[in-house]
Design a protein around this ligand. Structure first.
Ligand SMILES: [Cu+2]
Length: 92
């Protein structure tokens, strides 16, 4: 399980490292933000192809996302509500 924390309108990492070809769990912790957040994964930063869209969580809550296996490569993630919260997903 990989844990990502959202706090102060920012994720605590800009790189998610995932194993290739394996389903994984990502836990999103929305610390105490007044804003809701989620995690969405896209093929690339154009955001035209969404591979995963996580449910939105309010401040003070957390959620476990089940992510289907991804092929090795570099992808992109963000918070759908706050696209400035983003980074790379490195699968290998
Ligand atoms: Cu957000």
């Amino acid at each position: 399980m990989l844990t990502v924390t959202a706090e102060g309108l920012a994720f605590d990492t800009d790189c998610l490292a995932l194993p290739a070809g394996e389903a994984v769990t990502i836990r999103l912790v929305n610390a105490e933000d007044a804003e809701p957040h989620n995690v969405a994964i896209y093929a690339d930063s154009s955001r035209s192809t969404q591979l995963f869209g996580g449910d939105i969580v309010d401040g003070g809550e957390s959620i476990d996302y089940q992510i289907e296996a991804l092929a090795a490569g570099t992808y992109y993630f963000d918070c759908t509500i706050h696209p400035a919260m983003n980074g790379s997903v490195v699968v290998r």
